[in-house]
Design a protein around this ligand. Structure first.
Ligand code: PLP
Length: 377
């Protein structure tokens, strides 16, 4: 099988699976228990927190584990809106956020909040100036993702943080870094965001674990899950220690020789672009800079058909975001793409193990599809 859908999820390396299994079988204690098995589990969770926090460039105490990126996004938006409700009831975000952010904002709209959804330009980009111009005196929260999951566009979070400060805005800044963590520079102190969402399964950890960075301006974060007071009272629920062990091991594996791996991935993305653009009728969509995501369109050829046909041949790519299950993507809608370009959008996303041969196989299969199928009218 040729797996070119690493932005949807990633395979779990054997060393990560071993770490998960070891925890499930031998270190299964509840971190809250007061006997050695519990203490062991507590130590394990602490070690995992240190490891992930270190990779994110923050203190362990600033990182709360969650069940996924979606929970991190939901929690970040809810807690920021709650903390800053005295500032006002206005949120600035973009029209190309993941639905975990967009739906959270829509829920708040139903509760009387006003939300400004900034559209990107035709290349998929959003400037800090656009965000700054949308700020109001009652803006309580700005939420802008670090890397768009469909185009690979990298948004200027540091410049947005600076703009907020320069304007004296009281808004908290959240960034959904689910696609950015360990793919582009993503250091909490450098980014300058107050809240950063990450997810394990995009970097080789099992599904079902994520984290939220809570910066120093976040005070007494209101829990999304109330209960036993785990995660320092911030997120209740018995710690998913096996998932945490997998998350930490995946981070360890990815951070070893990260720069080389990312440079290799970026070179492969450029190679893929060159190979795919050589097919008559293929155009690039957006100009994303992330090393692992490439978006193109076989103009006029419905992408759902291509994805199915290639899938049957053992080549896994995506027609935009896997989270949309065939629905037209709001991202390409917001970029105001031409109808036929939009119809044919394909997202290819690479992992550390992806090879040139796999890209060549994709290009060959796409060429055959083009030659043997009819475009939409
Ligand atoms: N944010 C972005 C940008 C994503 O790409 C995804 C998943 O595709 C999520 C959030 C949700 O993460 P999870 O699948 O861990 O809930």
């Amino acid at each position: 099988m040729i797996y070119l859908d690493h932005a949807a999820t990633t395979p779990v390396p054997p060393a990560v699976a071993d770490a998960v299994r070891e925890t499930l079988v031998n270190q299964y204690g509840n971190p809250s228990s007061q006997y050695p098995l519990g203490r062991e589990a507590r130590d394990l969770a602490a070690h995992c927190r240190e490891t992930v926090a270190h990779a994110l460039g923050c203190e362990a105490a600033q990182l709360a584990f969650t069940s996924c990126g979606t929970e991190s996004d939901n929690w970040a938006i809810r807690l920021a809106a709650y903390q800053n409700r005295h500032v006002g009831r206005h949120i600035v975000t973009t029209a190309v956020e993941h639905s975990a952010v967009l739906e959270s904002c829509r829920q708040l709209e139903q509760e009387g909040w006003a939300v400004t959804y900034l559209k990107p330009d035709r290349d998929g980009n959003i400037t800090a100036m656009r965000v700054a111009n949308a700020l109001r005196s009652d803006t309580a929260l700005v939420s802008v993702m670090l890397v768009n999951n469909e185009t690979g566009c990298v948004f200027p979070i540091r410049a947005i943080a600076d703009a907020l400060r320069e304007q004296g805005s009281k808004a908290l800044l959240h960034t959904d870094a689910v696609q950015g963590f360990l793919k582009v520079p993503c250091c909490a102190s450098t980014l300058g965001a107050d809240l950063i969402s990450i997810s394990g399964h995009k970097i080789g950890a099992p599904k079902g674990v994520g984290a939220l960075y809570l910066g120093e301006r976040v005070r007494h974060p209101r829990p999304l899950l109330a209960g036993g007071g785990q995660e320092d009272g911030r997120r209740s629920g018995t710690e998913a220690t096996a998932q945490l062990a997998g998350f930490a091991k995946a981070v360890e594996l990815r951070t070893a020789q990260l720069d080389e791996a990312l440079a290799r991935m970026a070179a492969l993305r450029d190679y893929a672009l060159e190979r795919l653009l050589a097919i008559d009728g293929v155009v690039r969509v957006g100009n994303g800079g992330a090393p692992h995501i490439l978006s193109v369109s076989l103009v006029g050829y419905p992408s759902a058909n291509i994805v199915q046909e290639l899938g049957a041949q053992g080549i896994c790519i995506s027609a935009g975001s896997a989270c949309h299950r065939g629905k037209a993507s709001h991202v390409y809608e917001a970029m105001s793409l031409d109808k036929k370009v939009k119809a044919g959008v394909l997202r290819i996303s690479l992992g550390p193990e992806t090879t040139r041969d796999e890209i060549d196989a994709l290009a060959a299969a796409l060429r055959v599809h083009k030659e043997t199928r009819f475009p939409m009218l």
